[in-house]
Ligand binder design. Sequence first.
Ligand code: GLA
Length: 726
Amino acid sequence: MSIKILNEENRIILRTKNTMYVMEILYGKYPVHLYYGRNQKNPELTFENHYCAFSPYYDEHGTKFSPDTAMMEYPFFGMGDFRASALRLYDSVGGTNITDFVFRKAKKFRGRPDLGGLPAAEGASETLELIMDDPVTRAELHLYYTLFPASDVISRSFMIKNKGKGDLELEKAMSLALDIPKGDYDLISFQSTYPHERAMCREPIYQGNRRIVSRRGSSSHHANPFFMIVDRKATETRGDAFGFNFVYSGSYLDEIEKDQNGMIRAMVGLGEESFHYLLKPGESFTSPEAVMSYSSKGIGELSRNFHRFTKNHILKESPYPLRPVVLNSWEAFYFKINEEIMVDFAKGAAECGMDMVVMDDGWFGSRRNDRAGLGDWTPCPELFPNGLGAFIKRVQDTGVKFGIWIEPEMINPDSDLYRAHPDWVISCEGRDRMLSRHQMILDMANPDVVQYLKDSFDKCFEGIRIDYFKWDMNRNMSHAVSPYLPPERKRESAFRYMLGVYELYRWLLERFPGAMIENCSGGGGRFDLGMMSVSTQIWTSDNTVPEDRIFIQYGTSFGYPASVMSCHVANRRSEATDPRRMDFGYAVALGGPLGYEFNILKVSDEVKEKMKQQIRDYRRYEKLILNGDLYRLKSPYEDGCYAYYYAKPDNTELLVYYLQVKGDPKQRTHKLKIANAIRGVTYRDTRSGLEVSGDDLRRGLMIQADKDDAYARIFHFTLYGSSLKY
Ligand code: GLA
């Protein structure tokens, strides 16, 4: 069994395939952390307290235990641990926000706890539950540790219940806290801006508090909740690496704090600035799930743990195991679409061997530009004189599937919906309403709003086969207040908003079981595990310039698998007139499920021919891209190129990429060591015919940089002339 509760020793041991997590219930009262790392048979672990002057202690145990200098399982505010706390609870009776939870019992059970309307990873093996009581507030706390052994992931969440007589207010809620022993560690995080999502950043962790945070009501373009803490010397293939993420799509807080002794506390949760929750007597609150993983074999292995976890436990099973190659109308026409244009577009897509057209923004209500119409989910009769159903049938009759863009959470002030329900908007009474992209946000904490959206989409798509939804979300939340909630619950608005969003996603999935959802938020502004639990893939970025995409896809690959990373070839820098650039755009877009953003009505026959070839080419390895294991070889930040490969688990098939960031006048040679290649066999590149032994691939595939920009090499190695049998 993976969870052992050793009552006599006051120890609890959790094991996944390669990792082990050990805690002790010190003096039978205080859960302290002993170890998280490589699996060991008989570890000798003893609790150590690195006592420092000025740290408080209980007289009973003296300086042998101070919550301020111990590795704590889950730290509380105000009880003698001066480091950042995981939980702060205001007690309206006593007037304080101090808690001193004491361990009561530990249980284990199969599967996982129910998180109510929150997204939750599926297929857990078992869960450890620690139950704790706070004698003064009479709150009861349940800490959950849920195991996903094959991915080496442990997830954490909590439930808190008010068993007292007065109101309690949850002021800070972190789902996960992990204390890491003293060491020299780096923080790797993914922060940037629109549209340069998930730019990788590695920095030393110094003493003090470092926060990665979103207060935007969305996980955001600007800071992804995923982060790693790695040994200063850790590389792709070597060193200790811890990774953390949040299964949630709203505002969050990642807190990393190095203390006076050099220990590091890592926490993930809803935080304190954008979150607050009232617990009346008898009420309870369940936190979102946060996840952690550890690898002793470096950053690459840690990434693969998260990829496996996301693919096996988070992502919805897609109605299309192999993803449709889509042609999207946005960059081709922006808002200038109508039935005839879209039908011709579909014919072009079919001619080039694509699977689907996606009709992007501009098809509904008065939405002829981004100033009007959001909220009015009725097809525009001028654009589709015979109705949406008749139009979509014409598209599907060309032989392609049909996808459609929606942005359910948003509303333009210039819309019938706003004129009818100005009170359905996230807004703060007495304060001016603010716009972003000319739009406001619907109050998804209000059940009437969610019901309105269900009814609208139900009616709009009644009797129509929709094969794909692109669900967009194009602004962040200011004045995060739900007019619907009573004053004492207003600070729950952003959290309850997310519950409404997840409910609508789940409804859409159930109502249109044949449709897959591609999630989007101005590109990759909500690229998180919460969204992945309700969609199949995510539009990685609005930025389709291949040189920029190299960095975006590189950063994204640290936490998320290729199968969610929707990638399109677009015509941003003359790709439609310069074959070299189009080849380059394609090589970069081969990083994930492929699509196009071309105005196919205007491109030359040569470009169409190229698309056909590219799609034929892509089909040969799409399975490997979607299901293979990723190995990064070169970093675009350090090496002038992004080189990586996808490998079939048995290594009989390898797809190797060399993507040059820009021209290299020195034409340096790069050595790509394909460590997964099998010794003693010959591989053949199905693209060029090149034959090379597995041993030579392991020694290194030599690639000479090109002096010009827009240069890429792709190799698809399969076994050839081998004596091995498969
Ligand atoms: C966002 C998306 C784009 C497109 C537009 C439409 O910016 O990221 O792909 O759908 O909205 O308005």
